[in-house]
Design a protein around this ligand. Structure first.
Ligand code: NAD
Length: 272
């Protein structure tokens, strides 16, 4: 089957690409022709799974490089971009995907739980976006081109708009990502850098396994999804690939919800 978008020769960094949505995005961008930097956390298990993603890409004839970095650490992020550009010469696309959850009732939430989620989901995305902007700006203003000199795609969540009891840290981080993304889009558009978000609904990955890994929990989850199925990493990955491609050249500052209608308030269907 012909691939829907063409990213031939483009270089993409995908954070947290050893698992779930990030893994799906890395494989999809590679299928579209991109060279992919597969970022993973600096621990043995993440490294092994990052290397497996690289292997899948190279087995299929693509190019990829696994790079360890904790994206909540400034020095790690700088090193990630240095390693990526030393290996692939340029960087064209950042997919800011790495994220975590640490649920707790607000009265029990420790400062450490609050901080860890904000450090990863919001500060980590800031650090990577800043480094990508620096890389893109360093090669802008080469002759005015018809298309963007770089693209940043945040993986946000439906919880950038849906409040989430017992996950106040997570919802606050994703709400922050929404205005971070829009502010950067406004700031960087004149320099021909496009910045957008993809906001997944419920996607079948390890982060939310308890929400889908028993028939009871899945049935309860499906009540929130008008389209009647849980999402797969590929659903998100295809949206990311489109935003990373020149097919979406006039799109910036937008959140694309990939959620089977979760943000449509399905409980109001026939009620209210
Ligand atoms: P996942 O747990 O499978 O993947 C998250 C990845 O991020 C893992 O590879 C993890 O190692 C990595 N990571 C975490 N902290 C990191 C750090 N400090 N440095 C580098 N990597 C780090 O979960 P997922 O569902 O694939 O989540 C990916 C993104 O999608 C997250 O931002 C998450 O908030 C978002 N999201 C997921 C869903 C869903 O239903 N699965 C819904 C909405 C949004």
């Amino acid at each position: 089957m012909r691939h829907a978008v063409d990213l031939t020769g483009r270089v993409a960094i995908v954070t947290g690409a050893n698992s779930g949505i990030g893994r799906g995005v890395a494989l999809e961008l590679a299928r579209a022709g991109a060279k992919v930097v597969v970022n993973h956390r600096p621990n043995e298990d993440s490294e092994r799974r990052g290397n497996e993603v690289v292997q899948s890409i190279t087995d299929a004839g693509g190019e990829a490089l696994a790079v360890a970095a904790d994206i909540s650490q400034e020095a790690d992020v700088e090193q990630l971009f240095l390693t990526a550009s030393a290996h692939f010469q340029s960087i064209d696309i950042l997919v800011n995907n790495a994220g975590i959850e640490q649920p707790a009732a607000i009265q029990d939430m420790t400062l450490a739980q609050w901080q860890k989620v904000i450090d990863t989901n919001l500060t980590g995305q800031f650090l990577c976006a800043r480094q990508a902007a620096r890389a893109f700006l360093a090669r802008a203003p080469t002759p005015p081109s018809d298309t963007a000199v770089g693209k940043i795609i945040f993986i946000s969540s439906v919880h950038e708009v849906i409040p989430w009891a017992f996950q106040a840290n997570y919802a606050a981080s994703k709400g922050g990502v929404s205005l971070l993304m829009q502010s950067l889009a406004q700031e960087l558009a004149p320099m021909k850098i496009r910045v957008n978000s993809v906001a997944p609904g419920a996607i079948r990955t390890p982060i939310n396994a308890p929400a889908w890994n028993t028939p009871e929990s899945l049935a309860s989850l499906l009540k929130l999804i008008p389209y009647g199925r849980i999402g797969e990493p590929e659903d998100v990955a295809r949206a990311v690939a489109w935003l990373a491609s020149d097919d979406s050249d006039y799109v910036t500052g937008t959140t694309l919800f990939v959620d089977g209608g979760m943000t449509l308030y399905p409980e109001f269907r026939g009620a209210g």
